[in-house]
Design a protein around this ligand. Structure first.
Ligand code: MG
Length: 304
């Protein structure tokens, strides 16, 4: 990009002093004071044409999403995010703007989402090339006891935050990572297993079950269906429940707790919905009107 050093200077000017960040952008490395607990590291690569279309999504929205999906992964481990590094490959001729404008607007979106969670962008890299926009974000977090996908036990109750389905109508570009919710829940109950909904409720719950060596029954009537799922169903002819179970990128959390802890969550300050139970042996079932049918994940599957 012409004026790349100018852009890097601008980035340095946008980086506020943050406790724990001894050296931010501009040196060969960032220097951080390690926070207490275990270090969490997550990274995600967003590619134009695969994860978003610049013709449809504003650069700010792409920036918010790129940061948000990583924060959601930190939330899924019940961690506290604290720093991020960001790299992007910029197209030479972005639609309707200069490369520098695209870089600034993307950075604004990244910074807005990071700022909501007190996360400092401490470094990164920028290039220009003949392809589409590519954004890579890595977020660092910390947790005393990270919650994995592998801790679900038969008899556990399955919960989900928020409502599911239809994120393609816009929420997929503007996720609300459930960082605060996860930290609040962790104070309240012993979270056995947790994951964020990126591929779809059924697909992501299946990841938990596979790692935990268990199965699950989901009560069809209990699944919180987002109004967007209802709106989508009018366009697709699929049921709202199908959208809720299989659409991806809700960025809500699925978690399991003991039956005793489940009772504690009934009056919790974090709104959560009890959707089913973990059972012994493999398999995922949907229970509707007392009839159990196999629930085959039909969520969006990454093609790489
Ligand atoms: Mg995840």
């Amino acid at each position: 990009m012409p004026g790349e050093f100018d852009f890097i200077r601008a980035l340095r000017g946008r980086t506020p002093a943050t406790p724990g960040v001894l050296i931010g952008p501009g040196d060969d490395c960032a220097v951080l004071l390690p926070p207490p607990g275990k270090l969490l590291v997550t990274t995600d690569l967003l590619t134009e044409g695969v994860d978003f279309l610049l013709a449809e999504a504003s650069p700010e929205a792409v920036g918010r999403k790129a940061m948000g999906v990583n924060l959601s992964d930190i939330a899924a481990m019940a961690g506290t995010p604290f720093a991020a590094v960001v790299s992007f490959a910029l197209p030479r001729d972005p639609p309707g703007m200069t490369t520098r404008e695209l870089a600034d607007r993307l950075d604004a979106g990244l910074r807005e989402m990071a700022g909501r969670f007190g996360v400092a962008i401490v470094g990164g890299d920028t290039n220009t090339w003949d392809g589409g926009l590519v954004v890579s974000v890595t977020v660092l977090g910390h947790a005393d006891r990270p919650v994995t996908r592998g801790g679900a036990k038969p008899g556990d109750i399955i919960f989900v935050t928020g409502a599911l389905g239809g994120s393609l109508l816009g929420r997929h570009l503007d996720p609300t990572p459930r960082v605060r919710e996860a930290l609040a829940l962790r104070e309240f109950v012993d979270l056995h297993a947790m994951i964020d909904v990126s591929d779809g409720f059924a697909a992501d719950l299946s990841h938990v079950l596979a790692e935990s060596g268990c199965g699950a029954e989901i009560d069809a009537d209990a699944v919180p269906v987002h109004p967007d799922a209802v709106a989508r169903s009018r366009l697709t002819g699929r049921t709202p429940l199908d959208h809720a179970l299989n659409d991806g990128e809700d960025f809500e959390l699925i978690f399991t707790v003991s039956a005793t802890d489940a009772a504690k969550l009934e009056g919790a300050t974090v709104p959560v919905t009890r959707v089913g139970r973990v059972v012994a042996g493999p398999g995922l079932w949907l229970v509707a009107a007392g009839v159990r049918t196999a629930l085959t994940p039909g969520g969006w599957v990454h093609d790489v």
